[in-house]
Design a protein around this ligand. Structure first.
Ligand code: DGL
Length: 325
């Protein structure tokens, strides 16, 4: 096997974070530059040739449209560059699922793209970043990785972008997948895939375009129509409902949302529960709503914004994108 040539795009996060003291509880994400990081990684003896590029050096709560746009453009170029075999993106864990899913929906799947983060800063006791990075390199360099879309490596688990979410605030094993828990288990020396690649075509699902503002409406017991209306007063082109149970909401709130659907907004029902399917119900047809299926609110928001940007606001057409696996 030839040595894989991996482009590493660094955005910051805890994987590049430092506290200045191994025992401190607080720290700053995005402190170590990519050149220094790759120098430190070189002692691990990873069988890969790395090129690093710094896209940003921030906590991922500050990821914005311009960083997404730059990341997308760099990876798109790498897909067509014969001197690059795979891409690793180092990223903060807070919004890794959104970046991964956005890239998954808008890039071809011909070369592996792997997002990796860490839960402990680089100078903490039990830093997980180098282990995760070595695992990510193992995945990125694997001949069976293409055709699986964007992957997220945390610990020894490999998740697909569509399934993954951050489910805990502090644990090193903070990520879960739903409905597929993980698609592979990895160590720096071994990789076991569960199942064959599922992305059979080489094209992206949707074009990467500037995203409209799509709010998430958080539903709670006793929410009034006035509270919902206030939050939607600027008539967004898309709305994701973080509903109770299987994407439910009080009837007065539902009526507000029906009005938004009638004026052409794409209204998507997701669930505030940690995981589970939100399936279409007969009322959705009449209300003009879409069911988020397995996507939780943050990822349903990414897909809704992309659909609107691509001119897809018809509920039946939009539903097909939520039904995809
Ligand atoms: N603020 C967080 C972020 O960059 C740090 C957490 C992390 O990277 O794990 O997402």
């Amino acid at each position: 096997m030839t040595t894989p040539r991996i482009l590493v795009l660094a955005t910051g996060g805890t994987i590049a974070g430092q506290a200045g003291d191994a025992m401190r509880a607080d720290y700053r994400p995005g402190q170590i530059g990519i050149e220094t990081y790759l120098e430190q990684a070189s002692v691990l003896g990873i069988a890969a040739e790395f090129t690093g590029r710094q896209i940003a050096n921030i906590g991922s709560e500050d990821i914005d449209a311009s960083i997404w746009s730059r990341l997308h453009a760099e990876i798109d170029l790498a897909m067509r560059d014969d001197s690059v075999d795979a891409v690793i993106v180092t990223h903060g864990t807070d919004t890794a699922e959104e970046t991964a899913f956005l890239l998954d929906l808008t890039l071809p799947s011909t070369k592996p793209v792997v997002l990796v983060g860490a839960m402990r800063p680089a100078d903490a006791v039990g830093y997980d970043g180098m282990r995760n990075f070595a695992n990510a390199a193992r995945v990125a360099g694997d001949a069976e990785a293409p055709g699986r879309g964007v992957l997220v490596v945390m610990g020894d688990r490999v998740h697909s972008a569509r399934d993954v979410r951050k489910a805990e605030t502090r644990a090193t094993e903070a990520f879960r997948g739903f409905p597929r828990e993980s698609v592979a288990i990895v160590t720096p020396s071994r990789l076991d895939w569960f199942g064959a690649p599922w992305r059979v075509d080489d094209t992206a699902s949707l074009r990467f375009l500037p995203l409209p503002e799509v709010p998430i409406l958080a539903i709670y017991a006793g929410m009034s129509a006035a509270a919902a209306s206030r939050q939607l007063s600027d008539d967004p082109a898309g709305i994701v409902v973080s509903g109770v149970g299987e994407g439910n909401m009080p009837d007065p709130v539902r009526q507000v949302l029906v009005q938004h659907a009638r004026r052409g907004a794409l209204v998507v029902r997701a669930s505030r529960t940690d995981q589970g399917l939100v399936d279409p119900v007969p009322d959705d047809l009449e209300d003009g709503f879409v069911a988020a299926r397995a996507l939780g609110p943050p990822k349903a928001r990414v897909l809704t914004a992309l659909l609107v940007a691509n001119g897809i606001s018809d509920p039946a057409k939009a539903q097909r994108y939520f039904d995809e696996r």
